[in-house]
Design a protein around this ligand. Structure first.
Ligand SMILES: [Zn+2]
Length: 254
């Protein structure tokens, strides 16, 4: 009898531990209506860093905006969408060439999902040996899928040369990807592939395109603060001023 209780307790504690591990690798939160934010994690500069993506449930199936950063979560994400909502994933968009956006493109294509990036993203992905989409968009494009409409918009160079945003005009959702940082961000994050002098102009173009956004979804911070874009513009302005000063200083040494 004692042994049975012990076994049950052991089984229970294991399932709890595994449950927690599974939960901590993939987090899904409701945004509004049929929009959901999912988060996976990876290590960046030695610390666990979240990466947010989004999915939308439509009458035609689920649509994914950016793939998980954690490569172990491609299948769990597709399975969770099926289990939670009874929807199959039909479309997937990646908003720039970095791995935290594109890593799952090949996997999802193999699962019969139509994968998309812009032609510009594809050129950068090819150059940098990243995963590539099956279908390429040449210009800003509006998609109409299962009762929803959204535009893929390229505002110019910022976080990377190819970063795009997705604008849901009816729902006033601005999906900003890595171009926009959270309202609490101290800086603009990884700038290794950024255009420091153009970043601010690019963000201002986003602001003009999506003037009355109710939700602004960012990749690596809290996504529930609508001040994210304004704050990012401030950070980008500071960055540009610093860059110009530095260039002036360097020119003086020539
Ligand atoms: Zn990123």
């Amino acid at each position: 009898m004692k042994k049975t209780i012990f076994t049950i307790l052991l089984a229970f504690s294991f399932s709890t531990i595994w449950g927690q591990i599974a939960e901590s690798k993939l987090k899904i939160s409701h945004l509004t209506g049929n929009f959901y934010i999912y988060t996976t994690y990876n290590t960046y500069e030695g610390s666990k860093t979240p990466a947010n993506g989004m999915y939308l449930l439509t009458n035609s199936g689920a649509v994914l905006f950016d793939t998980p950063w954690d490569t172990t979560q491609f299948k769990p994400l597709i399975d969770s969408i099926k289990l939670k909502h009874g929807k199959s994933l039909i479309l997937c968009f990646a908003t720039h060439w970095h791995s935290d956006r594109t890593e799952g493109l090949t996997y999802y294509k193999q699962q019969g999902v139509k994968t998309y990036t812009t032609l510009l993203t594809d050129e950068w992905s090819k150059k940098n040996n990243k995963k590539r989409a099956e279908f390429l968009i040449k210009n800003d494009t509006t998609f109409n899928v299962g009762g929803y409409s959204f535009e893929l918009y390229y505002p110019g160079e910022g976080h990377t040369a190819d970063n795009i945003i997705v604008w849901f005009n009816k729902e006033k959702i601005l999906y900003g990807g890595c171009l926009i940082k959270g309202a609490e961000a101290e800086n603009l994050g990884y700038l290794g592939d950024a255009n420091v002098s153009e970043y601010e102009n690019t963000l201002i173009k986003v602001q003009k395109k999506c003037p009355n956004a109710k939700f602004i979804i960012v990749s690596h911070h809290n996504w529930n603060n609508v001040n994210a874009l304004k704050h990012s513009i401030k950070l980008a302005r500071k960055l540009k001023v610093g860059y110009k000063k530095n260039r002036l200083k360097n020119d003086n040494y020539k």
